[in-house]
Design a protein around this ligand. Structure first.
Ligand code: HEC
Length: 72
């Protein structure tokens, strides 16, 4: 499993959870509600990192990921 499993390789597109529920695009350019709430972002990033990598990411890893998403 990778981040793209649910969010797709193109973050401007909608994704899908494992049970088929829709996920709005992660890219801030396509969805202005992204990366605006510290609480939401921390909650989901921790949960998603654990699911994909089996551990919570370090601040540097999470920062790299957020920088990447912000640029999309
Ligand atoms: C099993 C499916 C799944 C996987 C795998 C997954 N995510 Fe998510 N992600 C979700 C769901 C569901 C949400 C919350 C619903 C929403 O925000 O639309 C979410 C939300 C997020 C958010 C919150 C965005 C915000 O608005 O603050 C970020 C950031 C994120 N994911 C990043 C990642 C990264 C990075 C990975 C890979 C390490 C990943 N996700 C893997 C399903 C997944």
């Amino acid at each position: 499993m990778s981040c793209a499993t649910c969010h797709t390789a193109d973050l401007k597109k909608s994704g899908k959870t494992l049970v088929g529920k829709g996920i709005d695009p992660l890219a801030p350019s396509a969805n202005k509600n992204r990366l605006v709430s510290v609480k939401e972002t921390e909650k989901w990033l921790s949960r998603n990192f654990k699911q994909v990598y089996g551990r919570e990411g370090t601040p540097r890893e999470k920062g790299d990921v957020l920088k990447f998403i912000s640029a999309q």
